[in-house]
Design a protein around this ligand. Structure first.
Ligand SMILES: [Zn+2]
Length: 151
């Protein structure tokens, strides 16, 4: 899903996510995970920061859901630098009434479209992404041995 606005620290992840789609990975979970891994392992501090910001934002969204107070409370506890705090605050789930009604309708349509294309829906951006990274990190069966990967 393309977003046409300045997204600051999240920009590298969004651009990489879109490049992953351009390479033929059409599912959102795949684009999320591959973009994260590419940036996280890039050894470029700004790109690593963007990957970590995306992961933290998605984790906060999983735990807070659509509750803006819970999101902002957890954001306070994250103790981020001021400019990062502002970027995360801008993504807080607290739209006005009109935006909320329009946004909800668009979200439902997009969620339905994702499900029609064999995905789990919008949750793939947040919960699916978070679950994938957790499994990849902690499950012994989620990775193949390096010697097999090199073949
Ligand atoms: Zn996408």
């Amino acid at each position: 899903m393309a977003i046409f606005r300045d997204t600051g620290v999240f920009e590298p992840h969004i651009i990489t996510h879109e490049f992953v789609h351009r390479k033929g990975y059409l599912k959102e979970l795949h684009a999320q995970a591959l973009a994260y891994m590419a940036l996280r392992n890039s050894e470029d501090p700004l790109l690593v920061q963007s990957a970590r910001a995306e992961r933290l934002h998605r984790q906060l969204r999983v735990v807070a859901g659509e509750d803006p107070e819970a999101y902002l409370s957890m954001l306070e506890h994250a103790d981020l630098r001021d400019e990062l705090h502002e970027a995360f605050e801008a993504l807080s789930p607290h739209p006005g009434l009109y935006q909320s009604l329009v946004g909800r309708g668009m979200k439902e349509l997009y969620d339905m479209r994702m499900k029609l294309t064999g995905q789990n829906g919008l949750s793939d951006y947040d919960r699916g992404f978070t679950n994938f990274l957790h499994t990849f990190r902690f499950s012994e069966g989620a990775r193949q041995p390096a010697e097999l990967a090199a073949v």
